[in-house]
Each structure stands twice: as C-alpha cells, then as structure tokens.
Design a protein around this ligand. Structure first.
Ligand code: AP5
Ligand code: MG
Length: 208
C-alpha cells in the first residue's frame, strides 16, 4: 500500500497512522516527526527547520522533498508506506509523483473549530512518541510506557491558527489535485478514534 494522509493540523493523521501501521505493517513516514527529530539532534537542517516550524510556516519544499526522497530509497518498505504530512504543496505532490505511484490519498475531513480543541489538549510522550489527549488521560505520565508527556512547541493557539491558514492556502489545493488523479478518498474525521479507523479500513479494503 502506498498511501498519503491529507488533512489539516489536528485532523488525527498521526493518531490514525499509528493504527494503520500496526494493522497493515506499512512504514509511517511523517515529515513533521522527522523534522522534530532533526531539531532534537541539533543538525544543521534541524536548526533551519526550527524557525519555520516555530512560526507555523512550511519548511521550504526542497528541504522536505530531499528528506522524503532519501526515506523512500530505504529498503524497509516491502509492505508499503503511509506518508503523513507530505505532500503539503502542489510542488511537493509533483515531486512525489516522480518518485512513486500512489494507491490513494486519504483526506481526514474535520471541521476547523474542532481542530483547535484537539491540538490544545494534545500531549506527546517524550520516550515512545505516542500521541495522546488530556481528555482521556489519567495522571501526567504516558499510559503506554510511563514516559514524560510534553506539549509540542508549535501547539500554542496563535501558532495553530497560523498553521490552519497555511493549510487552507497551500495544502487544500491538493484535494483537487488528487481528485483529478482519481486517488482521493475522503473519510469523516470527526468521530471517535475508533470510528475514524473503521472508515479508513473500509477504504483500504480496496488495496489489501
Ligand atoms: P506536522 O507534524 O505534520 O503537523 P500537522 O500537519 O500540523 O498536523 P498535526 O501533527 O498537528 O496533527 P495530526 O493530524 O497528526 O493530529 P494528531 O493525530 O496529532 O507538521 C508540523 C510542522 O512541520 C509544520 O507546521 C511545518 O512547519 C513542518 N512540516 C512538516 N511537514 C512538512 C512538509 N511536507 N512541508 C513543509 N513543512 C512541513 O491529533 C491531534 C490531537 O487530537 C491529539 O491530542 C489526539 O489525541 C486528538 N485526536 C486525534 N483523533 C481524534 C478523534 N478522532 N477524536 C478526538 N480526539 C482526537
Ligand atoms: Mg501529526
């Protein structure tokens, strides 16, 4: 399966990716996670990316396209991959088309008002990187590994609004792009995590 997740910040791409990966064995390729790892490792690329991410702006196309090209060249993709957060511009989508043939682009469709509440309550485990929400947490440690829970640096409300604007301006055109290629599958992302995963599994039946 060669898949792309499309959807605004907070739509649940990372949350659903964890479930798709454990059910289908595809590789999870999240450009956001890769950029945050580069920042944590204090690489030169990480230092450049940090400025953009902090302000809710997109990292330049050539940087992210390079990261994805290198990742898709690795040899652990026998079962396929799920791209989460890439492509985000038409230029990135066109570059991806030169690297591989996709099976589907799955849009997680969620009302914009819901996104702020989801992101404001998001916590990420520092140790196992699990994505959680305060509404379902008991205590302040990760329920999976006991690790420390942190808030992402770009999850302040002001930055989230900038990220949503960037999504509407630069990423939303990809919905038409993939519709035109007959690859778009739209899933209602507003239900519970399990309900959304059920809908995604319906879509993926086509490719099993
Ligand atoms: P990235 O890390 O990709 O962030 P994003 O697209 O803004 O999306 P998020 O990770 O915020 O949301 P998500 O859809 O994964 O939601 P989640 O599952 O966590 O990018 C960050 C930055 O990196 C960008 O701003 C940019 O600067 C840079 N970047 C990355 N890729 C790039 C690219 N290709 N080009 C240029 N720059 C790039 O869920 C959110 C919360 O909601 C969680 O708390 C979760 O528990 C909760 N939740 C999830 N599903 C549900 C549900 N069904 N019901 C209730 N709560 C739910
Ligand atoms: Mg994410």
């Amino acid at each position: 399966m060669k898949l792309v997740f499309l959807g605004p910040p907070g739509a649940g791409k990372g949350t659903q990716a964890e479930k798709v990966v454990s059910r289908y064995g595809v590789a999870h390729i999240s450009t956001g996670d890769m950029l945050r790892s580069a920042i944590a490792a204090k690489t030169e690329m990480g230092a450049k990316a940090a400025e953009y991410i902090k302000n809710g702006q997109l990292v330049p196309d050539d940087v992210v396209i390079g990261i994805v090209r290198d990742r898709l060249a690795q040899d652990d993709l026998e079962k396929g991959f799920l791209l989460d957060g890439f492509p985000r511009t038409v230029a990135q989508a066109e570059a991806l088309d030169t690297m591989t043939d996709l099976d589907a682009a799955i849009l997680l469709d969620v009302d914009l008002e819901q996104l702020i509440a989801r992101i404001a309550g998001r916590r990420v485990c520092k140790d196992c990187a699990a994505t959680l929400h305060v509404s379902s947490l008991q205590g302040d440690r990760c329920p999976h590994c006991g690790g420390e829970l942190i808030q992402r640096a770009d999850d302040r409300e002001e930055t989230v609004r900038a990220r949503i604007d960037v999504y509407l301006m630069q990423t939303l055109p990809l919905v038409e792009y993939y519709k035109g290629k007959k690859l778009l599958r739209s899933v209602n992302g507003a239900g519970s995590v399990e309900e959304v995963f059920q809908s995604i599994q319906q879509v993926l039946k086509e490719f099993e």
